[in-house]
Design a protein around this ligand. Sequence first.
Ligand code: 9WN
Length: 443
Amino acid sequence: AGAVPTRTGGPTDLAGLRRLAVATLDANWEHDHTVPSRTLYPHQWSWDSAFIAVGWAHVRPERAWQELTSLFRAQWADGRVPHIVFNPALRVGAYFPGPELWRSADVEGTPTMDTSGLVQPPVHALAALLAYRRAPDPAGLAALRRLYPALVAQQRYLAERRDVAGDGLVCVVHPWESGLDNSPAWDEPMAAVDADAAVMRAYRRHDTAHADAAHRPTDLDYARYLAIVAAYRDHGYADRDLADGHPFLVECPLFNAAFGAAEHALAEIAALLGVDPAAHRVRADRVTEALVRRLYDPGTGTFQPRDLRTDRLVGARTVLGLAPLILPDLPARHVDALVAEARSPRFGVARWMDRPLPTHDRTAPDFEALRYWRGPSWLNIGWLVRRGLLTHGRPELAAGLRRSMIDLVAGAGCHEYFHPDTGAGLGSPAFGWTAALLLDLLA
Ligand code: 9WN
């Protein structure tokens, strides 16, 4: 994997950090949305836009609303919010796989712009609520009022079309939908997907031209990603009969925690708008109950993804399992178990955090400190876990985690991800959600 990169140094004073974050967001702003990265991800991404809106709300609230509004303009008639909205002004090949592979225009009920056909964790209602709380002015309330039906439709799509097992949980049909593309959590279900790394010779990967290939998913991963996209696309991106043959069907604890947290956020948004929030609360309770029933493993005291093709929990102990902490109604006994897991040598959230939160169990043999979602530290995950720790009355742990995230950016800049031991910056050096969430952490 080459030499271990070292920290290159970022600003160390808080005002300097804030300036860097705002400059990063400004540089990534593109008419009505923010690109995650000018080089690696030059289009609009779904959950990136949600995290980014949280950051914009601190400095230019109107952009927070533009960010979310532009994303929801690409919502499909069935309610799905596509994970990529392609910018038509960019040259062919600016990102792989581009519109020619997704062919969204061939599907009925899709918007005029090209999009992918997958979704990402629904963190948008939470983002909209936080943005409004940060800037509670009439323009924000009007934006919230416009977004509310779209956010409800997004949840309805997931609840009605993606509950493949009929157990109250959402099923993801591609690792890209989890947001943690090559997490070790997906190794087992991905091993069953038929593909050959040689397939990639027919394509030109764009990511490895901008980031070290040893820090990215492998060619075999990509061959499988493409095979799963082709299966879904050739099925017209329809969600009926998925259980009969779709190659990847997984219930993810982070995705479902976001799905439940979205109902809690929608309940609060509804109340702000004078709408009865009761139905959202009922749905939120149901999601938490289903998560505990279906994804909690009492043997290890953690939440794990369920592979619907085998109906078994996946054994890998990744950071995905800590995400249910964001649910305010998670029972105390499960909270205690997750806090114990977070503090264990696997994740190391100590009171005085001396090491950043990794994305995978540090003690596992397949932990990789440099490779994408297989070990490196990411700010969106730390930000979510910190919110969970605050929600459940663990302020000291939350403070330690916050410090560790600020230190990462102070040490290396607004990188996409970080080496979980040295703090070296990895991936894109000017990444949208790192900048945005840093602003939120500094507020
Ligand atoms: C595929 C944009 C996105 C993030 C994902 C992250 C990565 C894309 C890629 O970049 O995924 O969707 O090309 O690797 O895994 O979480 O939303 O930042």
